[in-house]
Design a protein around this ligand. Structure first.
Ligand SMILES: C[S@@+](CC[C@H](N)C(=O)[O-])C[C@H]1O[C@@H](n2cnc3c(N)ncnc32)[C@H](O)[C@@H]1O
Length: 395
């Protein structure tokens, strides 16, 4: 189990929905991403996130103590929605980046604690390992890179305490992004925030435009972001985020009474760039300072295998739920594939061999560009509409 988060049944038995913290979880409030209690959810962008109001809307019907599961939790949107409702929650993802971001959403720390911890680390010794080469020279100012490496090494040595888990999530969120005319919000030279450009195209881009990296005061950016994102957290809830492959039979932990709510969005059919597109954040988490085209622990992107993989996950999920559990899935396909999302998803449920009874399938519309899984493929075809499916577990 992970530091600061324990889904122990004993803890849960005297847990109640918080009353001292006024949380407006209406869809209207959930879309106001600047409301202080909702800000932590935007800690770090993730390629394929769904909006907070999607899980929030369903969980408004949950009763105190009901467990919430997301077997493909990504940046932990479902888990943060559960926290907003005071519900215990478990998230699972095979990507270390997703897990690091989602874990930061369940900890309880103050901005001052975060800033003090960052100050302590930045006052420490020179880092032993600083990546070199054309990409790194142009991506970060040398002194900014030294500070990033100091933080990286300290967090790789020890990331057990809640303050360190939160600090790691915070740094992942500012590691790369666009430059602005105002005080910098990101540590890198010009880059997208959602995914990291591959080294060769990034270098070409910067050289062509004569863009040198500015020196960025790492502590200043961290402090501003900490005061924004951690200003008003909802009370902590029992639960944890696990790095695991949800296809594995033992990946989903048993909880007292079983899960009552499963709210999730599996990878789009055809999508498999989760890890290579996050290569800079993966480096920060201890990976190689270069892109690796690995797809470890990811469901297959191939038709047929994909349906089989999802069927396995729905079966594993059912084994940890009780009759009446609601499974709510937001689902889509890459526009490059001829695919009917409803048909594909229904097939995965049918193949699971478990009595998931479909009670509702609705169109979820075309998501805004920045949230779309398919965004990188849209140059050639428009995105398919996503669907929301609700199923109930039978006896
Ligand atoms: C659509 S994203 C989830 C996004 C999430 N709803 C959010 O708001 O951030 C799908 C996630 O499934 C994860 N994933 C893919 N295969 C997996 C597997 N076999 N086990 C666990 N997670 C997996 C990917 O790493 C990715 O983070």
């Amino acid at each position: 189990m992970f530091a600061g988060i324990s889904p122990s049944p004993a803890e849960l038995s005297h847990y109640r929905k918080p009353t001292s913290f006024a949380i407006d979880v209406t869809p209207e409030a959930a879309t106001m991403t600047t409301a202080p209690h909702l800000r932590l959810n935007a800690l770090c962008p993730y390629f394929t996130m769904f909006p907070l109001d999607f899980p929030t809307r369903y969980l408004a019907q949950a009763r105190p103590g009901e467990w919430v599961l997301d077997p493909f939790c990504g940046r932990g949107t479902t888990n943060y929605a559960a926290r907003l409702h005071g519900l215990p929650t478990v998230g699972i993802d095979s990507s270390p980046v997703a897990v690091a971001i989602a874990r930061a959403k369940l900890v309880q720390v103050t901005p001052d604690e975060l800033i003090a911890e960052a100050e302590r680390i930045l006052a420490g010794p020179e880092p032993a390992d600083v990546p070199e080469g054309h990409f790194w020279d142009l991506a970060y100012h040398p002194r900014t890179l030294l500070d990033i490496c100091r933080l990286r090494e300290a967090l790789l040595r020890d990331c057990e305490a809640p303050v360190r888990i939160a600090l790691r999530g915070l740094i992942l969120g500012i590691l790369h992004g666009p430059r602005t005319r105002r005080a910098p919000s990101y540590l890198s030279n010009q880059m997208p925030r959602t995914y990291a450009t591959k080294p060769d195209p990034a270098v070409r881009f910067w050289v062509r435009r004569g863009m040198r990296p500015e020196e960025v005061d790492v502590l200043d950016v961290l402090a501003r972001r900490a005061r924004y994102s951690f200003a008003a957290l909802p009370p902590p809830v029992p639960g944890c985020i696990l790095q695991a492959d949800s296809r594995e039979p033992g990946a989903i932990p048993v909880v007292d009474g079983g899960y009552r709510w499963v709210i999730t969005s599996p990878p789009y059919l055809g999508m498999r760039s989760y890890q290579p597109d996050q290569w800079l954040r993966l480096w920060f988490l201890g990976g190689e300072p270069t892109v690796r085209y690995i797809h470890e622990g990811q469901v297959s992107h191939l038709q047929g295998e994909y349906q089989r993989d999802l069927a396995t996950v729905w079966r594993n999920v059912a084994a940890r739920c009780r009759p009446g559990t609601r499974l709510i899935i937001r689902f889509g396909c890459l526009p490059t594939l001829p695919c009917n999302p409803k048909q594909v998803l229904e097939e995965t449920l049918a193949r699971s061999g478990v009595p998931w009874r479909i009670v509702e399938v609705t169109g979820a519309g075309i998501p805004p560009r920045h949230r779309r899984q398919a965004v990188q493929f849209e140059k050639t075809r428009p995105a398919h509409e996503e669907i929301d499916l609700v199923a109930v577990l039978g006896e």
